[in-house]
Ligand binder design. Structure first.
Ligand code: MSP
Length: 519
């Protein structure tokens, strides 16, 4: 099917189902969702995929520890992640599970391609493996702790010695092509500091990668095994990364593959950049496919300055945030608090400042005082726009121009900068209310009051349209209060204007101030 719309494909990582979801999972999903919603409203045909990564030793061990089969275990935990995605407002088009039937087919098809290109050979692996990271490590990536136990320097995980027959992927042959690819496409790894990190890793040379395991069986079988009695299952990262093309119907190269591949952006945490910026493009290039256009690595959340960890007991449950502060408030905080790509710190105090100053005082108050003046003084009808002054036109223009400014930031996943631009215009609008003082005009110049309130209502409409991706529920409420039809909420309608005389519903509060309860 041909479509006139441009296409946009965005993915979140697929989450391991070994434990309950935490703030990190909600964060990536929300960021992808904001981006997906932004592009949809901007007229793109968007595909947004999230899901769960269910195979491998770590998940098998967690299932064993619970005394249930891996399948029952993954069904249960995957459903929790599926629910979380919905509960954070995610608008994904597919929730993929690596236990889905079409995924098995895609993985085996990709394997055969790599084999056909001569990049797979059978050997034996001898070395260190970290189950927590599901990754192999060289001796120089480890150090010994005070008890003499080897630890992965980058992640803090312990390792075990593995000796087993294994298929290998000739990753070593792909260092040069990858370097050339990134030199020609430096924007493909964001932020820039991460690009440098990947380049120096590549320039250090690559070892061939073990891509099958034989000592456990919870995974996708390697296809067409050559009569040896060993049962190889695919390395969980080869399996997991393939989800990005399974979701587009691979191995069928027509249909969604031709429309959406290469992906516009894979959003990942900084800890899994190497898998996405080195292994994945190498697999794809070996199979004759284009690498993703961009991999964006975001930072990690800490809890009041401390690394989040189960053993410390300071894991932040996204459901607690939503229950305490509200969904849109949580989404806003995550996107506004730090530049996407940097590490971020959660604290109730920081959250409350954002809720009260940005949401309740600045945006909520602008909407509420404007709409309630319209309700009280103008019978709740959209005011007349007769006699717009230069001052009015300037504010309306700023709200219109905001789209272009936000887009520039959004194309770089600059959520914080985009929101700052919006809040600058909200600040201008609040200053305009104070300067024009429509409550005083009520008695002295009714016509002028109408024009001022019109200008405010129209400015609010434009800003609310642009804030929808970040806070879908509350902005939908604002647009309802302005009687904007559901079919007129795309950015293409920014240039429309409110129709004078239209009756508006009774306004209601948007963002209550957060008042801390005394214990
Ligand atoms: N299953 C792999 C991804 C496979 S993608 C083909 C995986 N899963 S994970 O569940 O362990 O992690 C998922 C994401 O959560 C990663 O992007 C990781 O960076 C992110 N986070 C884990 N802890 C985090 C924080 N404390 N803060 C922000 N993100 C964090 O890795």
């Amino acid at each position: 099917m041909s479509t006139a719309k441009p296409s946009f494909y965005i993915t979140s990582p697929i989450y391991y189902v070994n434990a309950a979801p935490h703030i990190g999972h909600a964060y990536t999903t929300v960021a992808c969702d904001v981006m997906a919603r932004w592009k949809r409203l901007d007229g793109y045909d968007v595909k947004f995929v999230t899901g769960t990564d269910e195979h491998g030793q770590k998940v098998q061990a967690s299932a064993e520890a619970r005394g249930v089969s891996p399948k029952d275990f993954t069904d249960e935990i995957s459903a929790i992640f599926d629910k979380l995605a919905k509960d954070v407002g995610s608008s994904h088009d597919r929730f993929i599970r690596t236990t889905d039937d079409d995924h098995l087919e895609a993985c085996q098809a990709l394997w055969r391609k790599l084999l056909a290109s001569g990049d797979i050979y059978l050997g034996a692996y001898e070395g260190w493996y970290s189950i927590r990271d599901e990754a192999f490590f060289q001796e120089d990536e480890l150090h010994k702790n005070e008890d003499g136990v080897r630890i992965v320097t980058a992640t803090g995980a312990t390792v075990e010695w593995v000796e087993e027959p294994s298929y290998f992927f000739k990753l070593s042959a792909w260092a040069e092509p990858l370097i050339k690819h990134y030199e020609a496409n430096p924007e493909a790894i964001q932020p820039r500091s991460r690009f440098n990190e990947v380049m120096s890793f590549l320039k250090g040379g690559l070892h061939d990668l073990s891509i099958s395991r034989t000592t456990f069986d919870w995974g996708i079988p390697v296809p067409d095994q050559d009569g040896s009695d060993q049962k190889h299952i695919m390395y969980v990262w080869l399996d997991a990364l393939t989800n990005y093309i399974t979701a587009l119907g691979y191995p069928n190269q027509d249909g969604e593959m031709s429309q959406f591949w290469p992906a516009d952006v894979h959003v990942v945490g900084k800890d899994i950049l190497r898998f996405h910026a080195v292994y994945w493009p190498a697999f794809l290039m070996s199979a004759g496919m284009a690498p993703p256009k961009m991999v964006f690595a975001h930072g990690w959340w800490t809890n009041e300055g401390q690394k989040i960890s189960k053993s410390v007991g300071n894991v932040i449950d996204p459901y607690d945030l939503i229950a305490t502060y509200g969904l849109d408030q949580t989404r806003y905080f995550m996107m506004r608090e730090v530049k996407f790509g940097s590490d971020a710190d959660f604290s109730p105090a920081a959250m409350i400042v954002r809720m009260n100053s940005d949401l309740a005082n600045a945006w909520g108050n602008l909407v509420q005082r404007s709409l309630s003046m319209i309700g009280k003084n103008l019978d709740g009808k959209v005011p007349s726009n007769a006699g717009l002054t230069d001052q009015d036109k300037a504010l309306l223009q700023q709200a219109f121009d905001l789209k272009a400014e936000m887009s520039t930031h959004m194309d770089k996943l600059g959520f914080k900068d985009a929101l700052e631009a919006a809040w600058r215009v909200i600040g201008e609008a609040n200053a305009y209310v104070d300067e024009t003082a429509p409550w005083a005009l009520k008695k002295t110049d009714h016509a002028r009051m109408e024009t001022v309130l019109y200008t405010l209502a129209e400015t609010i409409r434009r800003i609310a349209l642009l804030l929808q991706p970040f806070m879908p529920e509350s902005q939908s409420k604002v647009l309802d209060q302005l009687a904007i039809d559901g079919g007129q909420r795309e950015f293409a309608h920014l240039g429309d204007a409110l129709e004078s005389g239209v009756e508006l519903p009774k306004p209601s509060g948007l963002f209550p101030r957060f008042v801390e309860q005394a214990d």
